[in-house]
Design a protein around this ligand. Sequence first.
Ligand code: DGL
Length: 267
Amino acid sequence: MSKRKKPIGIFDSGVGGLTVFKEVINFLPHEDIIYLGDTARIPYGTRSPQTIIRYSLQNASFLLRQDIKLLVVACNTSSAVSLPQLQQENEIPVLGVIEPGAKRASEVTKNRRVGVIGTEATVRSRAYERAIQGIDHQIKVISRACPLFVPLAEEGWVNNRVARLTAQSYLHPLREEMIDTLVLGCTHYPLLEEVIKETMGEEVCLVNSAKETAKEVKRILEEKDLTNQKTREGTHKFFVTDNAERFIKVGEIFLGKKLQTVEEIER
Ligand code: DGL
């Protein structure tokens, strides 16, 4: 098969990576995509780096066996912890969500005070901080883990009292830090964008890492002459490591439409 016709592989710890998938199909409607959600082992955000790396390498190896042309690590936790190893061990381009989000944040901040929210493991890794300060070392990065946003998003509780109270208790300390930019450093957080915006105030610019990553995927495919030339819509295949039924149900909250077929694979 010609390289251009090969699919793009995307993996995440579960359903959250659909926020990245959604942006990728927006920017690249003609690409075939294979998505793997490691639903048997979610969450990654509370696990140790060694475990996250092990899971990530296994996910990547499943997708590589499907003969993909580019790998997107949609999971922020996995990108934060395992990207260097994934890039080192693979010949195809491997892209995570941290660099694109960090780049955008460094472009939009005016007062050089940037907030980052993500899972415990993402915050602990300081990957966003390193990436942002690698671009501009004068930017101060203030990070905060917001673990409860993940189950809230999966429950579809994205704009009710519970979501607002949770956002207030996580985000008020960040407001006091006078940040002017906030990176949504977790797959699930774009679903809570409205409540986060309301809590942080209009003046704080929210950076959606999923969207920035999709733009970067498009740029890399063009640069490497890997863009699929077909004019019909791309095909999308979904694999999970457990409970396809729940993936379909929660996936609808993330995509706004029902996924047709999701296949369970052995882990
Ligand atoms: N996908 C994860 C992330 O973006 C959130 C869910 C998890 O903890 O696995 O960090």
